[in-house]
Design a protein around this ligand. Structure first.
Ligand code: 2RA
Length: 329
């Protein structure tokens, strides 16, 4: 199958190529698409070099699938053009996520909603994906009522420039800043821009995307999203109130058997998920499971995942795999 990766030279695009190769997605020809300045560059995929092409050239080559991770404005402009040519787009930007005509998909939760007519499929925000993968098995059993989440997000979520900023700061070199403030030895309580309600766009993504993916607008979510000087993945402290009473041992058992979830939770031996361990893994790691002793039917947990993998590239490739298995590609 011919596959285009739009934004192939970015952090997520590069990870998409890695994940496609690792999972042996049946790519017969790769069409790496990147911005004007990258045209002519080469991208390596499964030991072969492919020249970066323009979006127009990629459409002309008629791939069956295009994985996009090139930012919202590129998606808004180009995803409809790919779709009009019959190419199925899985888009990692926020451009289409809340569009009621587009599906927002985490395969463990709602891939069953996909139909062959879905030509632009939205990949959710990284911090939302890992939270809903962990919450879904519990939601099915106890029904989530309200979520209070605080995130500790990796600089890789911002992209190459932010990784460089952190590296430069560690070496004592001054260079281009991805953030307004130093990130090393710091915590920045702002991810993306501020909205009129005082929340950031990242925080509102967690509110709105969670409801859409979990198909339940009654779920109340409030979020504080924070950037920290970490590389391996995003961490989240999740406080969740359920409609129904739960049993902690049963919560653990539900999570242990949930697809895509790994429970790492043993206070006696100081075992809990950390971004260092989640790095380059596809699963969502859950630990620090305990009751919120201040409120009934409320659980605290700690959720960690590699934001470039399950939070972006792996989830997109899993959507493509679902389409393939179900003969929609
Ligand atoms: C971040 N959520 O970590 C973004 C990436 N999609 O900034």
């Amino acid at each position: 199958m011919k596959v285009a990766v739009v934004g192939a030279t970015g952090l997520v695009g590069t990870k998409m190529l890695q994940v496609l190769a690792e999972r042996n997605f049946p790519v017969t020809e790769l069409l790496p698409v990147a911005s004007e300045k990258s045209i002519g560059k080469q991208v390596e995929f499964k030991g072969k070099k492919y020249a970066v092409v323009s979006a127009n050239d990629a459409i002309a080559a008629k791939p069956a699938l295009a994985l996009f991770s090139a930012g919202g404005s590129t998606s808004l402009e180009w995803a409809p053009k790919f779709a009009a040519a019959g190419i199925t787009v899985v888009d990692n930007s926020s451009a289409w996520r809340m569009d009621p005509t587009k599906k927002l998909v985490v395969p463990e939760l709602n891939a069953d909603a996909l139909t062959p007519e879905d030509k632009i499929i939205a990949n959710p925000n990284c911090s939302t994906i890992q939270m809903v993968v962990a919450l879904n098995p519990l939601h099915k059993k106890y029904k989530v009522k309200r979520i209070v989440v605080s995130t500790y997000q990796s600089v890789t979520g911002t992209g190459v420039k932010a990784v460089k900023q952190l590296e430069n700061e560690r070496k004592g070199i001054s260079g281009e800043m991805a953030y307004k403030y130093p990130i090393d030895l710091n915590a920045i309580p702002q991810i993306d821009v501020f909205l009129d309600n005082g929340y950031t766009k990242e925080e509102m993504k967690m509110v709105n995307e969670t409801r859409k993916i979990m198909r339940d607008d009654s779920i109340r979510v409030t979020a504080t999203t924070v950037r920290i000087p970490v590389m391996g993945g995003h961490s989240e402290a999740v406080n969740v109130e359920f409609e129904n009473e739960f049993d902690l041992a049963e919560v653990r058992a539900l999570l242990v058997k949930a697809p895509g979830v790994v429970v790492v939770d043993d206070p006696a031996t100081q075992q809990y998920p950390m971004p260092k361990d989640a790095h380059e893994r596809d699963e969502v790691f859950v630990g620090r499971l305990r009751r919120d002793e201040t409120q009934a039917r409320t659980l605290n947990m700690w959720v960690v995942s590699d934001n470039l993998r399950k939070g972006a590239a792996t989830n997109a490739v899993q959507i493509a795999e679902y389409l393939l298995t179900n003969k929609m590609l």
